[in-house]
Design a protein around this ligand. Structure first.
Ligand SMILES: NC(=O)c1ccc[n+]([C@@H]2O[C@H](COP(=O)([O-])OP(=O)(O)OC[C@H]3O[C@@H](n4cnc5c(N)ncnc54)[C@H](O)[C@@H]3O)[C@@H](O)[C@H]2O)c1
Length: 397
């Protein structure tokens, strides 16, 4: 059975005994007994959303040739709720059997990496990659490499682990720019969301000389057709990824948050919520390309509308997979605390993945998602065959 058609291996629904809020863990697939995927928190999060995201994680690990299956955690709670941290702690505690043995989790929407690591520490666990770290021949050594990589300082005052996913999104965008033969300095970008993924993508695209002309956070959209001063705007963010409006330069136009989807830019990067582009608003999209930094950013129906309008979508499981791939390269020792090495490996891997998707679109209008799914499926068959033959040996150094 193709990866895309599989039912998940396991779905867990948890009820918080204190608040009655619900949390979900979906393990789509295990490879060598492990699955990976972040934990998100948002009011209204559902089991079917977490199921979609877990499946997406399985595609990401397949397409990046990582020896691990896909999973996801989700909690139906507003991350600004005063009880949010305790709800997350109780969720992690309840998922301990999976967290100890099989599920490697990390940050996601509404849950930054430092928060999930703090919660793991509360429970006496080293770090959110615990299930993989404890398999290592030398867990202490692996843990110190993981921590050194996550916290390695990078320009802008950031830490590598916080920006590497956005860097990968920026590279996928630069892959599109190169494939289309666009001039970076004349290429315009609109980004929905300026948290971990959207903020990182904005930073590296701005650094590469592209014009980021619009960004949105939960409070609204900001627009400047000449290009926004991204470093200044990112400085004004709070811990929820919202920009302080009281300190905004006066010449920035303020728009309703949904307006970012209709901005006339070469590239639109949804980097906030899932299901951002739906049939109701797909007709508003004015970009030539959509690059999904957010997971499940475009519904299938909306993607069909965009394809009919000649707007291809680079799917989440390629465009934003840098975050997951990098975490595994760090666990497996392919990268370390050196940001130059991490950026170089991710750039090469991402730039190699974009051209086949665009060639298939140009030659026979195969959507990038369809092409990428075919590649992910092929890789999954290899992994399953290797596992069945007992040849899949995953060594974490
Ligand atoms: N963090 C990761 O490592 C990672 C990796 C891969 C994919 N993703 C995906 O990227 C997306 C964003 O995750 P994140 O970690 O950057 O989240 P985050 O919580 O750090 O930031 C979210 C951003 O989106 C904004 N936002 C929220 N609702 C909005 C709305 N309706 N309209 C406009 N802006 C809105 C917030 O204000 C904030 O700027 C999610 O879909 C997540 O699954 C995250």
């Amino acid at each position: 059975m193709a990866l895309v058609d599989c039912d998940p291996l396991m779905r867990v629904t948890w009820t918080d005994p204190v608040t009655g809020k619900h949390g979900y863990l979906v393990v789509h697939s295990l490879v060598a007994g492990l699955a990976t995927g972040g934990t998100r928190m948002r009011a209204g999060c559902t089991l079917s959303e977490v199921e979609d995201l877990a499946r997406g994680m399985a595609f990401k690990t397949a397409i990046f040739d990582l020896p691990v299956g896909g999973a996801k955690g989700g909690i139906d709670c507003d991350p600004k709720d005063p009880q949010a941290r305790e709800v997350l702690r109780r969720f992690v505690q309840a998922m301990r059997p999976w967290i100890d043995a099989h599920w490697v989790t990390a940050e996601d929407l509404g849950v930054p990496q430092h928060l999930i690591d703090d919660v793991f520490a509360d429970l006496g666990l080293d770090q959110s990659y615990h299930a993989a770290i404890r398999r290592s021949a030398d867990p202490e050594f692996t843990l110190s490499r993981v921590n050194a990589g996550l916290h390695s300082p990078v320009p802008g005052g950031y830490q590598l682990g916080d920006v590497v996913g956005g860097y990968g999104v920026a590279q996928s965008c630069l892959g599109v720019v190169a494939a289309r033969d666009w001039t970076p300095g004349e290429t315009t970008v609109a980004i929905q969301g300026v948290g971990t993924m959207g903020g990182g993508a904005a930073w590296y695209l701005h650094e590469a000389g592209l014009k980021v002309i619009a960004v949105a956070d939960a409070a609204g959209a900001l627009y400047d057709p000449d290009g926004l001063d991204i470093p200044t705007l990112l400085e004004l963010r709070d811990r929820y990824g919202e920009i302080d409006r009281s300190q905004l330069p006066a010449d920035i136009e303020r728009l309703p948050r949904q307006a970012v989807l209709g901005i006339e830019a070469d590239v639109l990067i949804p980097a906030a919520v899932s299901y951002a582009i739906t049939p109701a608003n797909a007709g508003d999209v004015s970009a030539q390309f959509v690059i999904e930094a957010a997971n499940a950013a475009t519904t299938p129906e909306a993607e069909a509308i965009l394809a009919a309008r000649n707007i291809p979508v680079i799917p989440d499981f390629v465009a934003n997979a840098g975050a997951a791939a990098w975490a595994w390269w760090l666990l497996l020792g392919r990268v370390d605390a050196d940001p130059v090495l991490s950026f170089s490996v991710l750039r090469q891997e991402m730039l190699a993945k974009i051209p086949p998707l665009i060639e298939a679109w140009n030659s026979d209008r195969a959507t990038p998602r369809a092409t990428a799914l075919r590649l992910a499926d092929r890789q999954t068959q290899y992994l399953r065959a290797a596992e069945a033959d007992g040849e899949l040996l995953v060594t974490i150094p």
